[in-house]
Design a protein around this ligand. Sequence first.
Ligand code: CA
Length: 723
Amino acid sequence: MRRILFGLIIAAVVTACSQSGSNTTGATGASGAAAMPVKHDPNDAEWTEHGGGTDEQRYSALTQVNADNVGQLGLAWFAEIAERGGYQSTPLIIDGMLYMTAPWSSLYAFDAQTGKQLWKVDPQAPREIAATSICCNISNRGAAYADGKIIWGTIDGRLMAVDAKTGAQVWETRIADPAQQYSITGAPRIGDGLVYIGIGGAEFYTRGFIVAHDVKTGKEVWKFYTVPGDPAKGPDGAASDDVMAMAAKTWNGKWWEKGGGGSTWDGIVYDPQSSTVIFGTGNGLPWPAALRSPGGGDNLFTASIVAVDAKTGKYKWHYQATPMDSFDFDNTSPLTLADITIDGQPKRVVMQAPKNGVFYVIEAATGKVQSADPYVPEINWATGFDKANNFKPILNPAADYGKTGKGFYVLPSQAHVWHSQSYNPQTGLIYVPMRRGVGSFFAEEGGRILGNQMVDVSMGKPPVGQTRPEVKNPGAFLIAWDPVARKIVWEQSEGSGSAGTLTTAGNLVFQGAPGQKVAAFRADSGDKVWEASTQGNVVPGPVTYTINGDQYIAVISSASTGFAAAAGKNRLLVYKLNGTAQLPPAAPPVELVLNPPADFGDEATRTRGEDLYQRNCTGCHEGGRMFSGFPDLNYTVALNDPGLFKGIVVDGALAENGMISFKNALNEQDAEAIRSFLTARANELKRNPPRQGGRGGAAAAPAPAAAPAAPATAPAAAPAAHQ
Ligand code: CA
């Protein structure tokens, strides 16, 4: 009776939180005290760009905190943040102020020395879109700074600019329509007087694009679609644009009816040397490739790295990492620019370690691949690379499960998603959170709607006649990759496979670590040299800066997911040498107790309930969107109260939290059928508890091999971000 929905993978970080006591405001004004001028040394080091600099190396030249004295690091201050949901934001530090974004796209400003909250802007994204328009989570990965403004995207598809000192709105413009299931979770980047932003929504029927807007006015300057539109239609269609015409030759059928995919939800980097914007694109959709493009084709520019002219958006080059992707192999992972020496020649390269398990080093100006090496050695979706053809991967025919009809165990699965990597020019190493595990995909006859996530595959049905592949060293790790020697130099199992990194000239790598900690490792050897309890999961990359000569390390920690979030705090935690601040004692963990009523309803009711649940509820409460922190309904007290359950599902009693009324889709009998199914499932779980681990766990509790037979809600199988 039960199906596993996303029976793959590895514990990803599931973060969510619950707290009260914040200031909230309307879209047009900042709340809190008027910004106080922060007195500080003009020579202080700042963190003015998402990636710590234009090249996105997340490297700091600061050495006050170093591998010899990092043991003296202590908490300087902390601040609590209200929004419930996953925290993925990289803070910015400019002129003594620290800015960070929060779930629902709120923007906070703090005094970077004292932690005093100066103001907050809540752009008032309508909460009901959580149930209809957000493919993956309600998080936000950060803001940009330019021209005295803080600029960031909102979950409902707007780009906002406020005065960096006061939070007063300067402009606001719509990038994408949530009614078309677009969202924005990524951080904007700045270059040539423009702000660049991509969109999320790849697991919906969307068509990917990236846009550039004028920093001063907010007006659109250019837009680049990542997949061709309907050839019969206007200037954005395939017929009337050289690049889109080229891309259209790699598609078949009527792909545009379902958008095609290629969302641009995270990795973007601006290269000032060549005035180029280089960005990654997400998976094609729907999966598998045979469904969206019957008859084959590589499906440009899905699962690719694309370069365009920064001023005009005109196409420069592309490299498609995964042609005809059927495995959610987004290429949206972070992109890092660096000047390195290959075979005695200085090269300016862009580097990426995407979900497909291959580390790419690509010449930034030309797109010429320098190397493509599996960082997960046993990858099985490709059998090699055609070096004469710019390292085009040679696909494994058995992996084309849309064609074989047999399904496929793919290795790796979600090897590295969005969590920031960092490159240290002193060690020549790049520090990547990574996971080694197996996923399974099986094409269902006629496609299938999984919640409102338009995935036409089952990820739980075991492939036919195949043995699950072995992963030699499964789990989650922090790895140090040498892009010149093309190998892993060290790996650290006490690091995280799903938390961002920061590296410094103090021979350090900082990262959130399993067990609700933040840790520091020696950049040259990977030895752990410091850790501190954070009472929450540190997922986004740390940042560092100085105020009046003191070096600070800032991290964001978020509470656990679902019901457990009630006990946790979301906090900005800022450390310095000999810091003496103390966190209050941690609240005791919430013990989730299975307490369903006795089974009720007949088999037909439960089956109908399961079907309704799959179509309407799983998007938030299972699998792909658990990053949002929506509760695990096995544990809800509402199972015991039909009136309460109906009140929530049909009448919208929890609409404030994003759980809108489903009265347009479900009536009282439907709600009761769902309750019947959930009750039976909770009772089954009570009789056969899952193995330990995972729930509310820290970044990267390793659970690489969730068996296909695991229960649908197996806590250890928290999914990666299917963005
Ligand atoms: Ca995806």
